[in-house]
Structures are given as structure tokens and as C-alpha cells.
Design a protein around this ligand. Structure first.
Ligand code: CMP
Length: 816
């Protein structure tokens, strides 16, 4: 059969098979990967014989096509690996992964080395191949495959931490194992470039280089994504291209590990992409990748498993002994890392403790899969490797993969049950029961109404039988646990509400990113210290962040207003949005969380929300005091955008109810989009730092002639101070003095002195030539004029009246 036709025929036939296997696995309660392996091996037998028995039937033709589908080990790696890795990386919670990075890297890198050596040296005395071949087999089998394990975890509701550890490990150990494998293969084929030390250096360069290159690629994608104007098809396509480009360019042109590059690009996108894409775009992206990942992992498994009969064709009795040694040594190697090395990390405080039961699950769940098979295939196809070694690797690698899939995978579930890892904690259990009871009560009400409407109340008791009494409101839950649960629910909800605001076009992408960072901090803080930590994190969210302070410095040092103006407008937009979100949250707390967790928790939640609302109100008022008209404009704009959203919703409803025709709906939607575009442009915030205007507001200068005023104007530097900012620090050298054009500042003395518009401060250090004698803080946003020390001297020399006034004030201040 013509090659292209055969390839298409064979691949699609496999996909058809795959579509049947997934439901079958659910039906049989067998891990999907295990079923794939079994079916693949079974399919391998007739496929292996198809060459011998040619036939004309479509089945025979398909078997022949499958037999002719000779994918090399390299093809396996290049076609399927980028998708597999990128998809896993995309789904990983990067925040959690960073928390666990020490144990993950230990298991990924150190464990690969330990496994390679333990397996290598254990096999060497019995095997009739050299040490290098034994080590190479160790490296091939050091990669773990999380697909089967994670599916089981998800099935029985294992702790999230376990999944993070196992997925993180498998992401990075592929890279380490492939690098080590390449090195050992080079030794065997005689292409060895240098000694062991060179090998280690090369490995580190590959790994770190891969991380950096992939990270840069991921960033580039994140920068490009917003430029695609929300075209979802283009966005997804760009990410697919990025996964492969990072892999291929990294591997072939930058000479770093392509595997690590693909992983790193995926992680950056997972972390950043969510903020840069609209929620619906992200959803589509995730769905598409899920599909691609499913195809890749299913096909690679089937194709690799189909080769097993061929690899096992010349099995010898001695091979069973070798396999037994391999199984024992591979698990021993993993145990050494988990029970010997991991505790060292914990003892030095680098990592949190991993429970022994978790370690046992990680040990038993270390399945080997597609990558191991692909690497083994690469060996069997390499003509430069002696046939004896090829046979050795092929048989043992496949034997071991099959062992983990047929022995470990099906039993993992029972191991976890035995270790009681499939159960919720008593707190979670109590919360779950309570939620269930509430939901049932709601359903019972609804069904009751419905039955009355239909006039079938008589049969109601048959339907409405919630088992047992609903648990009491505080059943089994300590108050602290309830508060913890309540705050967690609140933080999750807040994140959702912020996203919703973005979806409904009432908040810009930049501000959303800030809000999301804040809410994820809230979530983390609850774990660390409950209510107080939550409030502290919320307060930190309202502080002036790094980018704001940078903008402030740019204004001060270089007189660049644009950045500060934007930062201030962003801040106002964020506060206004947060205020709306907090109001929504209060309603949510009362309506949903309160009934679930009881009155006491409800009170705690309401209290923290009230505190937060108070702080947000104060921040808004501070900006509103200085820029009242801008605050009003922005508020009006947010309102107008919300109105547009409501209008859109009602149009969609009218369309759903078939009141609007499709054409009329399209026309209205287009019109709405145009209006939204016009409305979305945020007006610029004028900082009001015009020197002339600022000087006009200081009474001290008002008696001077316009010419003199113009001269002073040249000496003064306008400046904005933010609420709470320490403008002058006690004990510092005096570099100049300040005039307040608007706003208020406070001199921190035993009895604090308040200074308002037209006042000045910072003059004493200049006159007395002594350090600053008090702290001066901004009370709100202040527009200031700064006069540097040398200009101060020059100005006062020329303006005796001004000099007298300032000196008099200083004398009076000194006195008291
Ligand atoms: P300087 O010493 O340069 O820095 C701190 C400033 O606080 C000081 O200048 C004055 O401008 C101001 N200051 C100090 N003491 C008083 C006071 N008693 N009343 C008003 N302002 C004061």
C-alpha cells in the first residue's frame, strides 16, 4: 500500500480503537493506560504476522498498514513527546510546584542518577553485557509516567500534594533520564566526547539552558498572545507551535535540552497565560490541549505496546532472572531516594515533610511508560549498538514497563485504600455532609414546588427521601476549621468574581492581573495563619506596589508623568472594582457561606469583609480627594460598561427566547461592540503637576511679580507624594525644602503638627545646616514643589521678603 495512505489508514484505525478503549476502561474499572498496554500487546501479535499472511480483506490490509507503520524511536520522541510534556506542564499549578520544587527536583534528577547506578550495578554481575549497557538500561527506566497514576489519584480523590509531587517529578525526570541515556549511548557507540565530569557539566548546561530557553519562549508567547486580538483559533495554534518550536530549536540549534525547554515554556504559559487570555480563550486552549495530549499518550502507548511481541520474541530463561533483579533493584533505588535522601531535605529545612504513606504511594506508583519504551526502541534501531545489547535493552525495558503496568498500576488503588489515602479529613467530611444536606434540602423544596405545579404531590414521598437527618450546623467542625473553610471559600469566590468582571469587560486585563495576584495571596495566607493572616494579606494588596513605586521614581528623577498617571489610574480602577467585588462577596457570604458554616463563622466573614471594605473606601477617598473629577469619570465609565453588559445579556436572552431573529441579533451585537469599544478607552489622568498652577496655589509666592514667579517656577520641581509616604526623614541630611500646593502632611513631633496647602517644611535643616529634626509624612496624596538646597540659597539671597518670612517661621518652629 502507498505509504501515506497506509500511515493515515493505520493511525486513524488506532484512533477509532482508542475511542472505544476509554469507555471500556471505565466500564472495567481498569486504569486506561493498562488497558492500552494490554490491547496494544495483543494487537502486536497479528500485526507481527501480517507480513507473513498477506490478504485482501480490509482487516488484513489494516494489519499490514499497522505493520508497515515503522515509527523510529526518534519519531516517537519528536512527534509525541512535546505534546505530552507541554500538556502536563500546562495543567500543573505552578504556584504549588514552586512550593515543592526541592523534593521534585530531588526526585527528578538525583533519583534518576541513583536509579541508573543501582540498576546498572545490580544487573552487571548477572548480565552478559558490559556495565555501560546495564547503566543505560537503568537510565531508560528512570523516567516515570504519571498518566496512569494521576488518573487513579483523581479517581479516588487523593491529596493534591501527591499529584503535584508525582507530576512535577515526571516532568523533569524525562529530561534528566534522556540526557543521561544519550551520554551512555554515546559511550557504547564509541562517540563518547569526554569523561564523567564533562558529562555532568554537559547535563547541567542542557538542563539549565533548557529552562532558560524554554522560559524565554514561553514569555515570548505570552507577549504575543494579546496581540492576536482574542482570535481563539490563532491563540491555540500559537501555543501548539510554541511547544514544538521550543523543543526542536532548543534541541537542534541552541543545543540545550529540548525536553526541558518544552516543559519550561509550558510552565510559563500555565502561570502567565491565564491572565493574558480571556477566560473563554483559556478554556478552549485547555480543552484543545487535553485532546491533543489524549491522542498523543494513547497513540504512543498503543504503538509502543504493539512492538512488545516482537521485542519479546526470543525470550530466554535467563531473562526472567534478569527481570527479577531489575524489578527489585529499580524499586530499591526509588526507595533509597524516597526514604534515604528526601528526609535529608526535610531535615535541612529545604522541603516540607512528605508523609511516609505518601512516599509509599510514590514508590509503588512509579509506573514506567511511553518514554521508556520510546528510548528502548531507539536502542533497538541503532545499528551502531551491538545486537546483544539491543536484545538486552529491548527485552528488559519492555518487561519492566509491562511489569509496572500490569502489577503496580492495577494494585495502586488498593495500596492507597490500605493507607487510608482515599478518605477526606474529618473536617472535609463534615463540610461535605453539610453541603450535601443543604443541597438536598434545596432540591426537596424545588421538587415539592414542581410536584404541586404538576398536581402529583401524592407520589412525592417516594422521590423525596434524603437519607438520614441533615447534620447540625456545626457538626464535627471546630470553630477555627469553620473559619478556615469559610475564608477559603471566600477567597476562591473572590477570584471567580474578578474573572467575571473581566469577562463582562468591566475591568482591564492589567488590573485583573493585579487583582488575581492579590486573591491568590489571600488564599495562601489563610493556610499560613487564618483570619489575621488573611487581613494582613488583604492590607498588603492595597499598598503601593513595586510598579507604582517605580513610576513614582521615574516622575521624581526624570520628570516623566505618563507612567505615574497610568499607575494611579490603574490603582483607582482596581479599588473601584474591588469595592464592587467586596459588596458581591458580602452578599455571597450571607446567602451561601453563612448557612453552610453557621452564624459564628458568618460573623467572622462579615467582619473581615467590613474591615476590607473600609480600607478600600479609604483608598478610593484618598484619590478622590486629590482628583475628584477623574474619580467620578472613571466610576461613570465602569457603570456604563456594566450597563452595556446587562444590555448584552438581555439581547442574548431575547435571542434565546426566539423573540429576536438571528439577523437582528447580529446587528445589535455589532452595534454593542462598537459602543463598548468607544466606552472602553480609559481617559487619561492629569496629575496636575503643572508648575505654574502649583506655584499659584502657594500664597507665599502670590505677592511676587509675574516675572519673579516665572523665575521661581524654573527652580521648583513638582512632585506627587502618596498617602503615608515619609517625605522627610528625621536625621537625614537636608537636600532641599518642600512647599505644599495641595494635600496635607504631618510633622511627627510629640504633639504632631498638621500642615496644609500653602505651607512649607524641610527649611530648618537648610537654614541651620543640621540634620532634619523630625519626620514628615504625607496624609493623603500631596502635590508638592521641591526646592533643592543650592537653589534655596540663591533664591533667598534675591528675595529678602521671602527669606525673612521663611526664617521667621523656622524660628517660631524652633521655639515651640
Ligand atoms: P527639617 O528639620 O528640615 O525637617 C523636618 C521639618 O519639620 C523641619 O525642617 C520643619 O520644616 C518641620 N518642623 C519641625 N518642627 C516643627 C514644628 N514645631 N512645627 C512645624 N513644623 C516643624
Amino acid at each position: 500500500m502507498y505509504d501515506v495512505v497506509a500511515t493515515v489508514f493505520a493511525t486513524t484505525a488506532l484512533l477509532a480503537l482508542v475511542s472505544l478503549l476509554l469507555p471500556l476502561a471505565t466500564r472495567l474499572s481498569v486504569p486506561y493506560a493498562v488497558l492500552l498496554a494490554v490491547v496494544g500487546v495483543a494487537l502486536g501479535v497479528p500485526v507481527g504476522m501480517a507480513d507473513v499472511v498477506p490478504g485482501a480483506s480490509p482487516i488484513a490490509a489494516m494489519l499490514q498498514a499497522l505493520g508497515s507503520l515503522r515509527l523510529s524511536g526518534e519519531a516517537f520522541l519528536y512527534i509525541f513527546l512535546p505534546t505530552l510534556l507541554f500538556e502536563t506542564a500546562l495543567n500543573i499549578d505552578v504556584r504549588r510546584l514552586t512550593d515543592e520544587i526541592a523534593p521534585v527536583l530531588l526526585m527528578a534528577i538525583v533519583a534518576v542518577v541513583v536509579s541508573t547506578f543501582v540498576v546498572g550495578f545490580a544487573l552487571r554481575p548477572v548480565a552478559d553485557v558490559g556495565l555501560a549497557a546495564c547503566l543505560m538500561l537503568g537510565a531508560i527506566l528512570a523516567t516515570t509516567d504519571p498518566v496512569a497514576v494521576v488518573a487513579i489519584f483523581r479517581d479516588i480523590g487523593a491529596p493534591r500534594r501527591l499529584s503535584t509531587l508525582v507530576e512535577g517529578e515526571s516532568l523533569f525526570n524525562d529530561a534528566a533520564a534522556i540526557a543521561l541515556f544519550t551520554l551512555l549511548a554515546a559511550t557504547i557507540t564509541g562517540n563518547d566526547g569526554g569523561g564523567a565530569l564533562d558529562g555532568v557539566a554537559a547535563f547541567l548546561r542542557d538542563f539549565v539552558g533548557g529552562l532558560a530557553f524554554g522560559g524565554a519562549a514561553g514569555w515570548a508567547v505570552c507577549v504575543l498572545l494579546p496581540l492576536l486580538r482574542g482570535q481563539r483559533l490563532a491563540e491555540v495554534t500559537l501555543t501548539v507551535a510554541a511547544a514544538y518550536l521550543a523543543f526542536v530549536i532548543g534541541d537542534h540549534y541552541v543545543h540545550v535540552s529540548g525536553v526541558v525547554a518544552a516543559v519550561s515554556a509550558g510552565l510559563v504559559l500555565s502561570h502567565q497565560g491565564r491572565r493574558r487570555l480571556s477566560p473563554s480563550s483559556w478554556e478552549m486552549l485547555a480543552k484543545t490541549w487535553e485532546q491533543l495530549g489524549f491522542w498523543a499518550s494513547s497513540l504512543i502507548f498503543l504503538l509502543a505496546a504493539m512492538l512488545v511481541p516482537r521485542m519479546l520474541a526470543d525470550l530466554r530463561a535467563n531473562d526472567f532472572l534478569l527481570l527479577a533483579i531489575l524489578v527489585v533493584s529499580a524499586f530499591a533505588a526509588r526507595a533509597i531516594t524516597l526514604f534515604g535522601l528526601l528526609p535529608l531535605l526535610t531535615a535541612t529545612g529545604v522541603a516540607d515533610r512528605v508523609m511516609n504513606s505518601h512516599k509509599l504511594v510514590i514508590l509503588w506508583g512509579g509506573m514506567r511508560g511511553a518514554v521508556s519504551l520510546a528510548l528502548a526502541l531507539a536502542v533497538t534501531e541503532n545499528e551502531a549498538i551491538p545486537p546483544e545489547i539491543r536484545r538486552f535493552v529491548a527485552i528488559l525495558a519492555t518487561g519492566f514497563v509491562l511489569f509496572t503496568l500490569l502489577v503496580n498500576a492495577p494494585t495502586l488503588r488498593y495500596v492507597m485504600r490500605f493507607l487510608k489515602l482515599d478518605r477526606l479529613s474529618p473536617e472535609e467530611q463534615a463540610l461535605r455532609d453539610r453541603a450535601l444536606a443543604l443541597a438536598r434540602a434545596e432540591v426537596a423544596d424545588g421538587i415539592g414546588d414542581m410536584a404541586r405545579e404538576h398536581g402529583i404531590e401524592a407520589i412525592l414521598p417516594v422521590i423525596e427521601t434524603p437519607p438520614g437527618e441533615p447534620p447540625a450546623k456545626d457538626a464535627g467542625l471546630a470553630p477555627a476549621v469553620r473559619a478556615y473553610s469559610g475564608l477559603s471559600i471566600l477567597a476562591e469566590r473572590e477570584q471567580e468574581l474578578c474573572r467575571h468582571r473581566f469577562e463582562s469587560y468591566t475591568v482591564s486585563r492589567r488590573v485583573l492581573a493585579d487583582l488575581l495576584t492579590q486573591t491568590s495571596r489571600l488564599n495562601d495566607s489563610i493556610k499560613a495563619g487564618g483570619r489575621d493572616a488573611y487581613l494582613a494579606a488583604a492590607a498588603r494588596g492595597l499598598e503601593f506596589g513595586r510598579s507604582f513605586r517605580l513610576a513614582l521614581l521615574m516622575q521624581r528623577w526624570f520628570g516623566i508623568d505618563a507612567l505615574l498617571s497610568r499607575a494611579l489610574a490603574d490603582r483607582l480602577e482596581m479599588m473601584l472594582t474591588l469595592r464592587l467585588v467586596l459588596h458581591d462577596l458580602v452578599r455571597f457570604a450571607v446567602g451561601k457561606v453563612g448557612p453552610l458554616l453557621g452564624e459564628a463563622t458568618d460573623a467572622v466573614l462579615r467582619e473581615v469583609l467590613a474591615i476590607r471594605l473600609g480600607e478600600v473606601e479609604r483608598s478610593i477617598a484618598a484619590i478622590g480627594l486629590q482628583y475628584p473629577s477623574y474619580a467620578e469619570t472613571l466610576q461613570r465609565q465602569i457603570l456604563a460598561l456594566s450597563a452595556l453588559r446587562l444590555e448584552e445579556e438581555s439581547i442574548v436572552r431575547l435571542r434565546e427566547e426566539s423573540i429576536l431573529s438571528q439577523e437582528a441579533f447580529n446587528g445589535l451585537s455589532r452595534e454593542l461592540a462598537v459602543r463598548r469599544k468607544a466606552q472602553e478607552r480609559r481617559p487619561r489622568l492629569d496629575l496636575g503637576l503643572d508648575r505654574g498652577e502649583l506655584i499659584a496655589r502657594v500664597k507665599l509666592f502670590s505677592g511676587l511679580s509675574p516675572a519673579r514667579q516665572a523665575e521661581i517656577e524654573r527652580l521648583m520641581r513638582p512632585r506627587l507624594a502618596v498617602p503615608g509616604e515619609r517625605i522627610v526623614r528625621k536625621g537625614d541630611r537636608g537636600d532641599g525644602m518642600y512647599f505644599i500646593s495641595s494635600g496635607a502632611a504631618e510633622v511627627q513631633l510629640a504633639a504632631p503638627v498638621r500642615l496644609g496647602s500653602g505651607d512649607f517644611f524641610g527649611e530648618m535643616a537648610l537654614i541651620d545646616d543640621r540634620p532634619r529634626n523630625a519626620d514628615v509624612d504625607a496624609l493623603g496624596f500631596c502635590q508638592l514643589l521641591f526646592l533643592a538646597r543650592r537653589d534655596f540659597d540663591r533664591l533667598l539671597e534675591r528675595e529678602p521678603a521671602l527669606r525673612a518670612h521663611i526664617h521667621d517661621r523656622a524660628t517660631a518652629r524652633r521655639a515651640g
